[in-house]
Design a protein around this ligand. Structure first.
Ligand code: BG6
Length: 441
């Protein structure tokens, strides 16, 4: 069913995000008939454009281009939208620098946008606990939490959404999903590119703010939360919040790639980390004393996000008298290709008791032929429908900042060669995730 009577306003419409992601995503929703002619899209910004000039900035179909309009600035926007029709909801995408989020919310409120309003905002939500709390309080002066949609684009990845289905749609894994059976959870999020043209932003942030506090925390929540009583977004959030409350970060090693200080926008004596390895615990009955290890960084030897659930070793009995059978592992390959692998021991045919590692695999490319929707396509459609499942609540962001507070900009900084991952620092027995790199491609 196409969703109708919606005005979508992109604030900062002359910027890169609108051109690269938002307009193409809306165009695909239109081509797939998930939005129709009763939905208008208004670009807004400081630049002066006619509708025609604005439309010409994008490579979209003529029909879709007819849905695009432009209005300069926020003043007068309310009556401009009214002149286009009656809209049940007006969704603002703040494609703007984070420092103006709060002021922009105030301007929209003053312009007369009330109950019908939804605000979509991008990370970063603050810089630390205090600033995130301050931002949330400011936004909530004008709009209530129900109207605020905070994006974490990791939640829009299909393989990430599948984590809950894997856990709660398959009864075989449920009984073993706890620290009695699982020895550790390991998350690897590697990027091969450096900071590229985002040096100035990144140098003020670092990898813990940029990747760990948000994206990797969301992965941990989905992997470890209790089953919600329903799929209502609030029920899911409540379970994620319990994990964030129980989370305890114990150790962190920070690294910077050689050459980072020569990148554009980066301070020549920068002590910002571009790579971090962290250890944490989740102090709940289910996860008591089981470590979670995280590693993430830029300018490494490959791009890949993988999660490994390593099970406990089998007892030293029967086939494992020498203790040389490897533990079972479940690997979630999130990107660039997506799939799931279950590692298990098998007997080599013909031998008496020679046992080797073998695996069972599920690859998205083998099972699903259809195009996987791009993150912004999914997120914009959900915001239009009012489904907040894939958006992050104020409390989630605040709790997560609180837990990482002591590790922000703190501790020794080590260096590593560009194009290689640093040696493990906190944990020596990391799963060899590199071996899954070519899988499911
Ligand atoms: C963004 C970070 O949130 O996520 C970037 O700001 C990072 O620094 C990006 O590169 C990674 O996203 P993905 O989807 O490529 O893993």
């Amino acid at each position: 069913m196409p969703t109708s009577h919606t005005a979508i306003v992109i604030l900062g419409a002359s910027g890169d995000l609108a051109r690269r992601k938002l307009i193409p995503a809306l165009s695909r929703l239109y081509e797939h008939k998930q939005i129709d002619d009763s939905c208008i899209i208004v670009g807004s910004g400081r630049t002066v454009f006619s509708d025609e000039e604005f439309r010409n900035r994008f490579e979209v179909s003529r029909d879709f281009a007819g849905q695009l309009h432009y209005h300069q600035g926020i003043t007068g926007l309310k009556s401009y939208i009214k002149s286009k029709g009656i809209f049940d909801q007006v969704i603002f995408f703040l494609a703007l620098p984070p420092k103006v989020y709060a002021a922009t919310a105030g301007q929209l409120y003053d312009e007369g946008f009330g109950e019908e309003t939804r605000l979509i905002i991008e990370k970063p939500f603050g810089y630390d606990y205090d600033s995130a709390r301050g931002l949330n309080r400011h936004l909530q002066e004008y709009y209530n939490e129900r109207q605020i949609y905070r994006i974490d684009h990791y939640l829009a990845k299909e393989a990430v959404q599948n984590i809950l289905v894997f856990r709660f749609g398959n009864s075989i894994f449920y009984p073993v999903w706890n620290s009695n059976y699982i020895d550790s959870i390991q998350i690897n999020a590697y990027e091969s590119i450096g900071v590229e043209d985002r040096g100035a932003y990144f140098d003020g942030a670092g990898i813990i703010r940029d990747m760990v506090q948000n994206h990797l925390m969301q992965l941990i929540c989905l992997l470890t939360m209790e089953a919600p009583v329903s799929l209502d977004p609030e029920e899911i959030r409540a379970q994620k919040i319990n994990i964030l409350k129980a989370l305890r970060v114990t150790d962190c090693c920070r690294f910077q790639y050689n050459g980072y200080r020569d990148e554009a926008g980066v301070a020549p004596d920068s002590s910002t980390e571009t790579y971090a390895e962290l250890k944490l615990f989740i102090d709940t009955y289910r996860w008591n004393r089981m470590p979670v290890y995280l590693r993430t960084g830029k300018a490494l030897h490959r791009k890949g996000t993988e999660i490994g659930m390593r099970f406990k070793k089998p007892p030293r009995l029967l086939f494992n008298k020498n203790g040389d059978i490897n533990p079972n592992e479940i690997i979630f390959k999130i990107q660039p290709s997506a799939g799931i692998v279950v590692e298990m021991a098998s007997k080599v045919p013909g031998s008496d008791v020679q046992i080797i590692d073998t695996s069972m695999k599920f690859c998205y490319i083998d099972s699903f032929k259809d195009e996987i929707p791009e993150a912004y396509q999914k997120l914009l459609l959900d915001a239009i429908k009012g489904d907040r499942t894939l958006f992050v609540s104020a409390l989630e962001t605040e709790l997560s900042w609180k837990k990482f507070g002591p590790f922000l900009d703190a501790g020794n900084l080590n260096h590593h060669a560009r194009g290689t991952a640093p040696e493990p620092c906190l944990y020596k027995e990391w799963i060899n995730f590199d071996k899954y790199d070519s899988l499911c491609r």
